[in-house]
Design a protein around this ligand. Structure first.
Ligand code: SF4
Length: 341
């Protein structure tokens, strides 16, 4: 396979087929560096060597009614696996934004457990967004579960920049992950976010019982919903959850998947997300050849390797942290509609 030729085509706006996406996932270990090199050519063209740092805030943890099999905050998980606390105070959440800005993060991702925010909670959430935006030069992303069109408009009016709601996996595999809401529910929230004029952060979880075709389907479904940012999580099986005995994905398969997402989404922000340290270990730096974004300072319910170690990783591999201006600039070869059909 001439990986460089495919990446040249992608850079020229042609896009790849599902068969080619599958071929990336099935490439051999001997081909891996060539695949990464070809994905890097696309990344370099669109984003240079910049890395966008994101910081997560678990503003409300545990006690969720939904049954997502991978999640330690689910009602299906053992009672003690995740901390349980209600929505944090406005001052605590704003303090987290200040700290994220100090860590050079371009986005502060405020997350709550639960199926969906109650209308009664939206006022406090919106006031918190307004307060952050008034004080801290950082983009605000929220991840609050299923959202109605009216709630999406409320967040937009409050000044939120982005909303995260992952499709997680293919439509076929989704019932294996969750039965208390549907894939269609998730697509409806993604569409409400776009219609309200918010940026859509929408990605998935790999290693959750899907096959390679499911990974390809997810990549193309994310085109259909118009994802502006794609977080790719790798399952780090949590004790006490239904998925606790799932094996971790091999590092080389994490890298193939990130490369495939880069080929399908040449000019979209792709973030190596949860499970980076657990699944890739000493190969983490290679994720930045296809991906141009990462979480730093840990995840919702698990610690990461820490901010200083993340900075050292970037520097050692010759990448630099993007500031807000760089992160808001459109990618160099902005995707054209239908380019990957
Ligand atoms: S809806 Fe979110 S918080 Fe609730 S179980 Fe699913 S992933 Fe966890």
């Amino acid at each position: 396979m001439d990986w460089k030729e495919i990446s040249r085509r992608v850079i020229e706006g042609e896009g790849i087929t599902r068969a080619e996406a599958m071929r990336i996932l099935l490439s051999t270990d001997d081909e891996l560096l060539s695949v990464l090199d070809a994905a890097f050519a696309i990344r370099l063209r669109c984003f240079g060597r910049g890395v966008r740092l994101h910081v997560l805030r678990n503003a409300q943890s545990g006690g969720c009614s939904e049954d997502c099999g991978y999640c330690s905050q689910s009602a299906r998980a053992s009672a003690s696996v995740a901390p349980k606390y209600p929505w944090q105070s406005r001052e605590e959440i704003i303090a987290g934004a200040r700290e994220a800005h100090r860590m050079q993060a371009v986005r502060y991702c405020v997350v709550s457990s639960g199926r969906a925010p109650a209308d009664a909670e939206m006022n406090e959430i919106c006031e918190t967004v307004r307060a952050i935006k008034a004080e801290v030069p950082i983009q605000v992303c929220l991840s609050l579960g299923l959202l109605s069109p009216a709630q999406a408009r409320q967040l937009k009016e409050a000044g939120a920049d982005r909303y995260n709601h992952n499709l997680e996996t293919s439509e076929r595999n989704f019932p294996h992950l969750c039965t208390t809401h549907s894939y269609a529910d998730r697509v409806a929230t993604a569409r409400a976010v776009k219609t309200a004029g918010l940026e859509l952060c929408c990605g998935g979880l790999l290693g959750a019982g899907e096959n390679m075709e499911d990974r390809v389907e997810l990549a193309f479904a994310l085109q259909d919903v118009g994802a502006d940012s794609i977080p790719i999580n790798f399952l780090d099986p949590r004790p006490g959850t239904p998925f606790e005995r799932y094996p971790r994905i091999r590092p080389s398969n994490c890298l193939r998947a990130l490369a495939m997402f880069r080929f399908v989404h040449p000019s979209t922000e792709i973030r190596v997300a949860g499970g980076r340290e657990a699944c890739l270990g000493p190969m983490q730096a290679l994720t930045l050849y296809p991906a141009n974004s990462m979480f730093t300072d840990g995840y919702l319910t698990t610690p990461g390797q820490g901010y200083n170690a993340d900075l050292a990783l970037l520097a050692a591999a010759g990448f630099r942290v993007d500031d807000l201006t760089q992160a808001q600039r459109p990618a160099e070869n902005e995707a054209t509609p239908g380019e990957n059909e």
